[in-house]
Ligand binder design. Structure first.
Ligand code: ADP
Ligand code: MG
Length: 687
């Protein structure tokens, strides 16, 4: 909650120990849990809310569940032990009975429960031979909880040990809210009014002590908006900065571009032509371009990017092409060199950590036009004469900082190629600073892939199929989820067995092998010397071997959908049809099986990308590396389309009217930006 933490309110920045009910023991436990100041405490939203409607029948509660039940007291026992005693309640609802235990409970507590009383209990359930039990659950008498939403905060064992329970916590938080002077709302009023969002102090109260579901929802919406607004502001500022970058030089296609285009063994598809035109137009307009080319696997992004590279060379600029593995770097270098060298362009391949001194010199003197390599190219040690375009293939593997630094330093345009097609909403949420170019359709010659789902017991038949395919000069990948292991999920095991069956024809390739070894193995596969490759998801990215027609995926359930789609995209790239065979040990009809089944029935990369995003958690998508430190506690950008769109619009308006965020009404937002993105150079680079 950046609104609170960045507010610098005097009261809120004080230590928790000044609060009534918090002595040094509790303060220490709170501090260990990450709550040093009052602000920390109040900025932590409840994890969930208990309400009568969240109760489930006792009979449906399983061992270990964190459950809520609405029950009636049937019996009560209190066994005194000195001043305190053990309290045991027998409770029931329509479905079953349960035992509720409070050890070491004061006597007055026992007095609170009377037979027949209805109460809401919530906490961890235990179920074994003795039946269903709750030890020290939280509770509320039903009459008090009729309409109420009871906040439940994330807890730690240490906090439980110092008796900093939910009730005390709620009480303390309410106390803080009462004492807290009005924090000025960091978001300008016009925006809140336009979107019908509650004021900050109201939203904060509704979050901790909601009067009803409706006010809770609108409080959450408010905080979600605040998060999205900051995110979109960063994007907008960054984009603006790029547009105004006078260091960047325009790119115009010339002879090398024309040469490559006519030397291609094929004609560009309509989709490629359209995407290329869009990219060239942007590269030729004033400012530094930040482009994202998104298209399905095999749609032909590489050629489009290489043509853009040639246009940059034609304009007297150097190009850096960054790919995720050396394997792919080499593959691109070979392809480009074949065509570009005769046309007079110099191609370099950066192999080691920072390249040979010789290579570095040639880069610095401008002798090399296109340098291809892995992220080693992003190192500050690598210097250029006049870098004009940075192309990053499979960009999702690189962090935002990585992709920003080099182009900003050199005033170079960026063209990112995305591994998976990105739905528009996701693109807005994740890459709001980039201009999206979508590449639709496939090269006509592409025969495509058919996908089959098989039980592991079919492995022998599948291997017979491998035998048939390699007879006709085709190549086969067998992809494993891991390298080492003792079953067929491991590449080494797969390799040993395949080698017995296909002696002399099988090779092993995985990430931990030495670079030279990898190159040798891959070259043998490419030429057909060893047409069967036992490997890992290493080949997921960018590998292009036209003769590859079969990919078998072991323990396919272990892979994400987008990843499966990428792996499948390695075959059927040329005129021979591809086969993707998913092997799994999961039972027919199980959730895993059905998930793979659905995957095997669709070929639409955009649809799969959507499913994949739904499968993954937000945190993963908006991982730290993507946007800095996003802290999205409330916002779910992929589902809150309307709010996201509004955040984008308002971010645009703010930056347009107050580009440096100097106005008083925007001071809260500026503080928030600094707070959230302070660990990164993002704000600095944006403003
Ligand atoms: P991706 O979009 O997955 O990066 P690639 O750029 O690797 O796809 O292209 C896939 C394959 O299609 C490559 O072998 C490439 O040479 C070929 N290709 C690209 N464009 C065309 C085209 N217009 N016609 C025929 N083949 C093409
Ligand atoms: Mg590619």
């Amino acid at each position: 909650m950046w609104e609170i933490i960045s507010s610098q309110n005097r009261y809120l920045t004080q230590k928790t120990s000044i609060l009534p009910g918090i002595g040094s023991v509790r303060a220490d436990a709170l501090s260990a849990a990450g709550f040093d100041t009052i602000a920390d405490l109040i900025a932590c939203p409840p994890r969930k809310y208990i309400h009568r409607k969240t109760a489930i029948p006792l009979s449906e509660i399983e061992d270990g569940d964190d459950a809520t039940a609405l029950v009636r007291v049937v019996e009560k026992d209190y066994i005194r032990k000195g001043k305190r005693g053990n309290l045991r309640l027998l409770v029931k609802d329509e479905s079953e009975e349960a035992v509720v235990l409070f050890f070491n409970a004061p006597r007055w507590m026992s007095g609170k429960f009377s037979r027949g009383a209805e109460l809401l209990i919530w906490g961890k359930a235990k179920r074994d031979g003795l039946g269903l039990r709750f030890a020290h659950p939280d509770f509320e008498f039903s009459s008090e909880s009729e309409k109420k939403l009871i906040p439940v905060y994330p807890n730690s064992k240490r906090l439980v040990d110092v008796r900093f329970g939910q009730k005390l916590r709620s009480k303390i938080i309410l106390g803080i809210l009462d004492k807290m002077a009005n924090i000025p709302d960091p978001v300008p009023e016009v925006i809140l009014d336009d979107l019908g969002l509650p004021r900050f102090s109201k939203a904060l109260r509704d979050l901790h002590a909601p009067a009803d579901l409706k006010s809770l929802e609108s409080a959450k919406r408010r905080f979600a908006f605040d998060e999205l607004l900051l995110l979109q502001l960063v994007f907008t500022l960054r984009k603006k900065r790029a547009c105004e970058d006078t260091q960047a030089r325009p790119v115009k296609p010339g002879t090398l571009f024309a040469g490559l285009k006519s030397a291609l063994p094929f004609k560009l598809t309509d989709g490629q032509n359209r995407a290329l035109a869009g990219i060239l137009e942007s590269l030729n307009s004033p400012g530094r371009s930040m482009l994202l080319l998104s298209g399905d696997v095999g749609s032909g992004k590489t050629v489009v990017a290489l043509l853009a590279a040639c246009a940059a060379v034609d304009s007297g600029l150097q190009v850096a092409l960054i790919v995720p593995s050396l394997l792919v770097a080499r593959q691109h270098a070979d392809f480009v060199a074949d065509i570009a060298k005769p046309l007079g362009a110099e191609i370099g391949l950066l192999t080691g950590e920072s390249g040979s001194p010789e290579l570095i010199k040639r880069l610095l003197s401008g002798k090399i036009d296109i340098i291809i390599g892995t992220q080693a190219l992003l190192s500050p040690k690598v210097k250029f004469k006049n870098l004009g375009l940075v192309i990053i293939d499979e960009q999702h593997r690189f962090g935002v900082k990585q992709r920003l630094t080099l182009p900003e330093r050199e005033g170079a345009h960026t063209l990112l190629l995305s591994a998976t097609p990105i739905p528009r909403t996701a693109a807005l949420a994740l890459y709001g600073d980039l201009d999206l170019q979508v590449l639709r359709g496939f090269p006509g010659i592409r025969a495509g892939v058919k996908t089959y789902l098989r039980d592991e017991s079919s492995r022998p038949a599948v291997w017979d199929f491998i035998g048939e395919r390699i007879k006709t000069g085709e190549r086969v990948f067998i992809v494993h989820p891991r390298v080492e292991g003792d079953d067929f999920s491991a590449a080494t095991v797969g390799f040993e067995n395949l080698q017995k069956r296909f002696p002399g024809k099988t090779a092993l390739l995985h990430g931990t092998m030495a670079e030279t070894e990898k190159n040798r193995v891959f070259a043998d596969f490419r030429t057909g010397k060893s047409p069967i490759l036992a490997t890992t998801s290493l080949i997921e990215i960018g590998v292009d071997v036209p003769e590859a027609t079969v990919v078998i995926i072991e323990s396919a359930e272990k892979f994400g959908l987008a990843q499966l789609h990428q792996i499948r995209g390695r075959v059927g790239r040329a005129d021979r049809p591809g086969y993707c065979i998913l092997l799994t040990g999961k039972e027919k009809g199980s959730r895993s099986w059905n998930r793979l089944k659905t995957f095997s029935e669709t070929n639409d990369g955009f649809e799969i990308a959507k499913q994949d995003l739904i499968e993954r958690r937000e945190g993963e998508i908006l991982s730290l590396s993507q946007v800095g430190k996003p802290d999205l506690d409330f916002a779910d950008p992929l589902r809150m389309t309307e709010l996201l769109e509004n955040a984008r619009i308002w971010a645009g308006k703010i930056v347009l009217s107050d580009p440096e965020l100097n106005l008083k009404e925007n001071s809260g937002i500026l503080r928030g930006l600094y707070y959230i993105y302070s660990n990164t150079q993002i704000v600095e680079s944006a403003i």
